[in-house]
Design a protein around this ligand. Structure first.
Ligand SMILES: CC(C)(COP(=O)(O)OP(=O)(O)OC[C@H]1O[C@@H](n2cnc3c(N)ncnc32)[C@H](O)[C@@H]1OP(=O)(O)O)[C@@H](O)C(=O)NCCC(=O)NCCS
Length: 156
């Protein structure tokens, strides 16, 4: 599979619309309640939010996966990630995270934080496979995860 991980670009607007349209009911419930993350992403094309960065995974000419960071002015930004329904379960999330870790490490970041719904066991599987540690429960009721970079023995 021809897999490309790269920063989102200004000419990706229609592809990003197609990506969000390709998230099914459950994915939307976990990732895009009230269009929150879609709005956060689409703002990039009109009035980019400060301290945000957006990435895509392309397979062929389609955006199969998407992730974004915020608080990028800190050593440990927050992460959001989703894979389009028809590409889930094929390793796209894992490949995106590994590509992201290697980029962020090279840029001197210390790690990543994220929150996920307690019911989102697929996402928890992805995060734990990729070396995130569950720290406990965030005040929102979601689980809080931390990935730390920089250990010599880590390759993920
Ligand atoms: C969570 C998500 C990003 C995972 O991406 P993905 O490309 O499907 O994941 P991968 O194929 O790389 O799988 C990685 C691991 O995740 C877990 N996983 C993925 N899909 C799973 C499923 N349907 N059920 C249980 N575990 C699953 C497994 O541990 C898997 O490891 P394995 O293949 O060695 O068993 C994707 O399911 C998704 O976009 N879901 C909807 C949006 C969402 O929930 N985003 C996260 C919000 S916090």
């Amino acid at each position: 599979m021809n897999f490309v991980f790269r920063e989102m670009r200004q000419n990706d607007k229609e592809k990003m619309r197609a990506f969000y349209a390709g998230l099914g009911e459950e994915s939307t419930a976990f990732f895009n309640v009230n269009h929150g993350n879609e709005n956060r992403t689409m703002d990039f094309f009109s009035s980019p939010r400060p301290n945000h960065r957006y990435f895509v995974a392309e397979i062929g000419n389609e955006i199969a996966g998407h992730l974004f960071l915020w608080d990028t002015d800190t050593a440990v930004p927050w992460l959001g990630i989703a894979v389009r329904d028809d590409f889930q379960g094929q390793g796209v999330g894992t490949r995106m995270l590994r590509s992201l870790f290697s980029l962020l490490k090279s840029e001197g970041y210390g790690g990543l934080l994220l929150r996920t719904a307690q019911a989102n066991t697929a996402a928890q599987g992805l995060y734990e496979k990729c070396g995130f540690q569950r720290l406990g429960t965030h005040p929102s009721g979601e689980y809080l995860y931390l990935k730390r970079f920089g250990r010599k023995e880590e390759t993920a």
